[in-house]
Design a protein around this ligand. Structure first.
Ligand SMILES: [Zn+2]
Length: 468
């Protein structure tokens, strides 16, 4: 929505907002599901069954085109490749990617115009914005081919969850970061309807104990097939159901955009009586991965982009080892991002998934680089490890960890009934047991936890830079 439409939306009554959302949804539908969308969708339903070798051959072929196109029409790459003395012909496939320089967020910010292909007219370029978990928002450009391919890949993910996208598809309750309900609004409805995509959009900014019964009523009226949102938001809904001894069966829960912790998955699956199909996507549109019905890691959409996991020298780490995720587009001619360095850590697994799809499998991205705690002795601590001391503490409504220095962190707690200082001290002791006695842990009791401006929740934040 542009700024004018945004203002109009904020001022409109609820019925007007529903109409605007539906109209906006129709425009989006034309943009996303027009053109070659169907062609890509059909292609993806075939290629997922290709062998690993065939998929890699497909990637090699596309990659040669992308690199050639980048060198011929994108001034930034021409300059960088020349400096490194690499020719497009030197890149015959994915194995040759380490010959090329990596591309960082900073590079894109500084060289946005130089990164645009001269072969693609400006009017054909769309712009996407990332929410900037690092506090530095980023704009990237992409073309319509990339839009269609992206939505074809999303469509496949929904299909893996046995659901369908779109007007005649599954009924989807969406709980994401869109500010669809003005923050000043204090009474229900905290949701809006997008009829063109069969969605009920739930505000992620009004979830409070007092408002939750109204959310459940709205869900009951809407009867969704799918509940789709941030893990933290679905977890809040699931916890509410749990506290009240309720279940709300749906066909599938789809999560993304945040780390999905095991404790969240368990409660969501139990209370919505379904499996969680998590996916990983980047606004930069270079990588996509999602869980199939075997739930043994995330399948990389190898037709969409090439994933690498690298060390601090941008060299590949072996399969099975954790490295920083680096992605290369196989479609975006308008602004081809080659070896784009993400802020996420993962491992690409050896072997194939028991489902039989040839698509590579990577570990869940449980570790955003900035979520890892870096200790004084250099140990990198994954947030998942820290969930355990919190598990037995039912008297805590919520928690958040901020590491401020190598040997200092703040633990914010929203205390619930039954919370005592002794329990708090016990938690500190348990955490020290994992992090070391020299870690200074300051407990802060708060009423609410901090969200990012997009309504995302980060459980662990570290302000200590990591070495890799
Ligand atoms: Zn699979």
């Amino acid at each position: 929505m542009n700024r004018f439409a945004g203002t109009l939306y904020q001022l409109a009554p609820v019925w007007g907002q529903n109409l605007l959302l539906t109209g906006f949804g129709m425009a989006l539908e034309r943009e996303r599901y027009g053109g070659r969308f169907r062609e890509y969708r059909d292609m993806l339903s075939r290629t997922e069954w290709y062998s690993r070798a065939d998929l890699q051959a497909y990637q090699d072929e596309r990659l040669r085109d992308v690199v050639r196109h980048a060198y011929d029409t994108v001034p930034y790459y021409r300059r960088r490749f020349d400096v490194q003395k690499v020719r497009p012909g030197d890149v015959r496939g994915r194995a040759d990617l380490p010959k090329l320089p990596v591309l960082t967020r900073d590079d894109i910010r500084r060289h946005f115009d130089e990164l645009r292909s001269t072969a693609v007219p400006a009017r054909a370029m769309r712009k996407g914005h990332t929410s900037g978990t690092t506090g530095t928002p980023l704009t990237v450009g992409y073309d319509r081919e990339t839009v269609w391919m992206t939505y074809a890949v999303f469509d496949r993910h929904y299909r893996w969850a046995d659901c369908r996208f779109g007007r005649n598809g599954s009924r989807v309750a969406v709980a994401r970061g869109n500010v669809i309900v003005p923050l000043r609004q204090k009474k229900p409805p905290f949701w809006r309807r997008n009829r063109s995509q069969n969605q009920l959009l739930l505000s992620a900014f009004h979830l409070s104990k007092g408002n939750l019964p109204a959310y459940v009523e709205a869900l009951t009226r809407f009867q969704p097939d799918v509940i789709d949102g941030y893990p933290s938001t679905l977890y809040v809904l699931a916890r509410f159901l749990q506290t009240n001894g309720m279940t709300f069966p749906v066909k599938a829960a789809v999560t993304s955009s945040e780390t999905l912790y095991d404790f969240q998955r368990e409660v969501i699956e139990e209370r919505f009586a379904c499996r969680v199909f998590d996916y990983y996507a980047l606004a930069e549109r270079v990588l996509f991965s999602g869980e199939c019905d075997r739930h043994q890691g995330h399948h990389l959409a190898m037709e969409y982009g090439v994933a690498e996991t690298v060390d601090s020298s941008s060299l590949p780490v072996p399969d099975g080892s954790v490295g920083r995720l680096v992605g290369t587009t196989l479609h975006n001619a308008a602004m081809p991002l080659i070896r784009y360095v993400t802020s996420d850590m993962s491992a690409i697994r050896p072997g194939v998934c028991p489902c039989g799809r040839g698509l590579e499998v990577m570990d869940d991205v449980t570790t955003k680089a900035e979520d890892l705690l870096t200790l004084k002795d250099g140990r990198l601590i994954s947030p998942s490890v820290l969930t355990h001391p919190f598990k037995p503490l039912d008297c805590i409504e919520g928690s958040q960890i901020v590491q401020t220095e190598p040997d200092r962190m703040i633990v914010r707690l929203v205390p619930g009934t039954g919370y005592t200082d002794t329990l708090g001290q016990h938690l500190v002791k348990e955490l020290k047991g994992r992090l070391g006695e020299d870690m200074q842990i300051d407990l802060e009791l708060v009423q609410e936890l901090e969200q990012t401006s997009r309504g995302k929740f980060k459980w662990v934040t570290s302000r200590v830079p990591i070495g890799i």
